[in-house]
Design a protein around this ligand. Structure first.
Ligand SMILES: CC(C)(COP(=O)(O)OP(=O)(O)OC[C@H]1O[C@@H](n2cnc3c(N)ncnc32)[C@H](O)[C@@H]1OP(=O)(O)O)[C@@H](O)C(=O)NCCC(=O)NCCS
Length: 209
């Protein structure tokens, strides 16, 4: 795999920031042991951009300092039932990832939880997050983790719009404390998969072989 920051200018994905670039052809594959640095690169950049106005800066930086070890552990020592998939361009550069796990909160009527879904800011709004989430939710059936839910910060309006657009229903809310600030979180669940598009639908013609 290429180093996370490197871009081949002849690679169409390198032009994802161009005005006229829209959807990207991505491959979704299971994470490997050597993906830790790429995952941490995505996580840190995505958190800094998405939570700048929500989470206190010092808390954000404290969390970012642990991203490398957290993601290295996730791929080197995956916990039972956990699955982590990357969306990669055709040069195998990781652009985003989704992390699915068994539900640990027995009070919730869900078997699976999407515990992380992050796109590098450079690759957001290209239809990749939709492909990753749909992939994870459909995969949850085979893994015995359906129905699935996830938590999102209430002030993360963009992500909430994204989940609602894919049929997620707000099913719970809780307050958490982060960096000395009390933050509201909302749970979205997919009790029924009827509103969820198929992976083929969200990939569109670009993903065809
Ligand atoms: C939220 C996130 C995962 C969505 O992935 P994405 O690849 O950017 O989203 P997609 O391009 O697949 O968008 C699919 C649909 O979601 C909606 N959507 C996506 N981003 C949106 C935004 N910023 N505002 C409003 N709607 C949005 C749109 O309806 C879009 O459909 P369209 O392409 O037909 O307009 C990604 O933007 C991200 O990583 N954000 C920062 C981190 C984050 O908030 N993660 C979730 C933590 S719970």
């Amino acid at each position: 795999m290429r180093s996370p920051g490197s871009r081949d200018p002849s690679d169409p994905a390198a032009h994802a920031g161009d005005e006229d670039s829209t959807r990207l052809r991505v491959t979704i594959r299971a994470a490997r042991r050597d993906d830790g640095p790429a995952l941490a690169w995505i996580r840190t950049a995505s958190w800094r951009a998405a939570y700048l106005d929500i989470i206190p800066a010092r808390a954000l930086e404290r969390i970012a300092r642990h991203d490398a070890s957290r993601m290295a552990r996730a791929v080197a020592h995956p916990r039972p039932g956990h699955a982590l998939w990357l969306a990669c361009d055709h040069g195998d550069t990781a652009l985003g990832y989704v992390w699915l796990a068994p539900q640990t909160d027995r009070r919730l009527p869900f078997l699976g939880e999407v515990i992380e879904l992050y796109l590098h800011p450079q690759w957001q709004h290209r239809g990749i997050g939709r492909q990753l989430l749909v992939h994870a939710i459909w995969s949850a059936i085979a893994m015995g983790l359906q129905p699935v839910m996830l938590w999102v910060l209430a002030d993360n309006r963009a992500a909430r719009t994204f989940y609602e657009g894919l049929g997620g229903i707000a099913v719970d809310q809780r307050a958490i404390e982060l960096g000395g600030r009390v933050l509201q979180t909302v749970a979205y669940g997919w009790h029924t998969l009827l509103p969820l598009p198929s992976l083929a639908d969200v990939r569109g013609p670009l993903a065809s072989p």
